[in-house]
Design a protein around this ligand. Structure first.
Ligand SMILES: *Cc1c(COP(=O)(O)O)cnc(C)c1O
Length: 383
């Protein structure tokens, strides 16, 4: 399932561009469906990882739903063919117009992150004579052991409602006539490769369910969020994330009541490995000790290295040189964080060579900007 790069087709398009291996995306979606088969599990793809319309359509035809965090994402999902009942809508700052649009789209569920938001949804639904299904996002206080910018499940956090406040919030919701609580929602962070935090999450949910059921609240949906990580170091060795192991954790550790469904919101693990950023070498510059490869892609095309100190595997896909050298791979943007890798071992690299930055399908294209008045990266699909 390793990605093969069609170099002949790469001549058709100006670099830098994203290349998507649609076969790999389909195989990934198939694996998810196989793992969930026969279980009361629903996967909603987290659109924020990649909202490219072709990718969304492919995901839509596999049967997954979507998790959106803005009105724009709900619109993109509708445009890609998702039914309203396959859409959930999260986010700490939903505006009135976004809520109204989601109500008009008859989405499956609002993941509500605060009491004021709940009151506004109630009021806007009342004006339309509707009852909105909602799930409360709860901070389970589970440390995901990942980068601090992508850890979201700890107590003092802008996301969600603290666990201790949940009983009061449920009581309050019971008195609002235009919202109906159907579930609880959790999300502990991203790029989690160790299964232990997910086990902790299941335990927290089991305890919380015992508490909540004492208050007579019935929950149809337990939404455990996303966060499953991918192998950035070895994309060809592990092109499909460990979905089997991941879903096993929930099969084994999450105690479900009759009729309950588990919802998952996987983003990165669905789309990361199918995408690569393809860039051409503009210059190779020899300093006093270092050699720099300057690419035509920069942090405006792929910001993860500059933003999270992330590393994407870098390959020279056009060279057949046997000899190697060590390079720093840097972009053209006027920021010193615009660096894709230091001391990278590559075949002898020359001006005009093509490099692939692998595992760039998630939080890549969607985060591209026009800083320095650059053109947005192009896109090419395997089929
Ligand atoms: C970002 C996010 C996801 C997806 O996270 P991944 O790590 O990409 O799987 C899911 N749910 C919520 C609430 C999120 O904010």
């Amino acid at each position: 399932m390793a990605t093969n790069f069609p170099l002949d087709r790469f001549r058709e398009i100006q670099t830098p561009f994203y290349y998507y291996d649609m076969e790999l995306l389909k195989a990934t979606l198939n694996e998810i469906n196989v793992c969930c088969n026969g279980m009361p599990y629903k996967v909603h793809y987290a659109v924020k990882a990649n909202a490219n319309n072709n990718i969304l359509q492919c995901i839509q035809s596999s049967g997954l739903g979507v998790d959106c965090v803005s009105g724009g994402e709900v619109e993109a999902a509708v445009k890609a063919g998702f039914d309203g009942k396959k859409i959930v809508f999260a986010g700490v700052g939903k505006t009135d117009s976004e809520i109204n649009y989601a109500l008009d789209t008859d989405i499956l569920c609002f993941n509500v992150e605060s009491v004021p938001e709940l009151e506004v949804i109630n009021e806007l639904a009342a004006r339309k004579g509707k009852i909105a299904d909602v799930a409360f996002r709860v901070n389970p206080n589970v440390d995901a052991h990942t980068h601090k910018y992508i850890t979201t499940g700890l107590n003092e956090n802008k996301f969600g409602i603290n666990i201790e406040q949940l009983p009061d919030v449920l009581n309050l919701a019971a008195n609002l006539k235009h919202v109906h609580v159907i579930g609880l929602h959790f999300h502990i962070g991203s790029q989690i490769t160790d299964m232990e935090p997910f086990v902790r999450l299941c335990e927290k949910i089991n305890n919380l369910q015992a508490e909540v059921s004492k208050n007579g609240v019935e929950l149809k949906i337990i939404n455990v969020g996303g966060g499953l990580g991918v192998d950035y170091d070895n994309p060809d060795g592990n092109p499909i994330p460990v979905f089997k192991e991941y879903f096993e954790v929930f099969k084994k550790h999450l105690y479900l009541r009759d009729g309950q469904e588990v919802h998952f919101e996987l983003g990165r693990s669905v789309v990361a490995q199918c995408g690569s950023l393809i860039t051409r070498v503009t210059y190779v510059k020899t300093g006093t000790v270092k050699r720099f490869v300057i690419t035509d892609a920069g942090m405006t095309d792929l910001i993860r290295p500059a933003l999270y100190q992330a590393h994407h595997k870098i390959e020279n896909i056009s060279s057949d040189e046997k000899d190697t050298s060590v390079y720093d791979i840097v972009g053209p943007i006027c920021e010193s964080s615009d660096c894709f890798g230091e001391n990278e071992l590559l075949p002898i690299t020359r001006r005009g060579d093509l490099l692939a930055l692998r595992t760039a399908g998630a939080y890549g294209e969607i985060m591209a900007s026009q800083y320095n008045l650059r053109r947005l990266p192009g896109v090419l699909y395997s089929e």
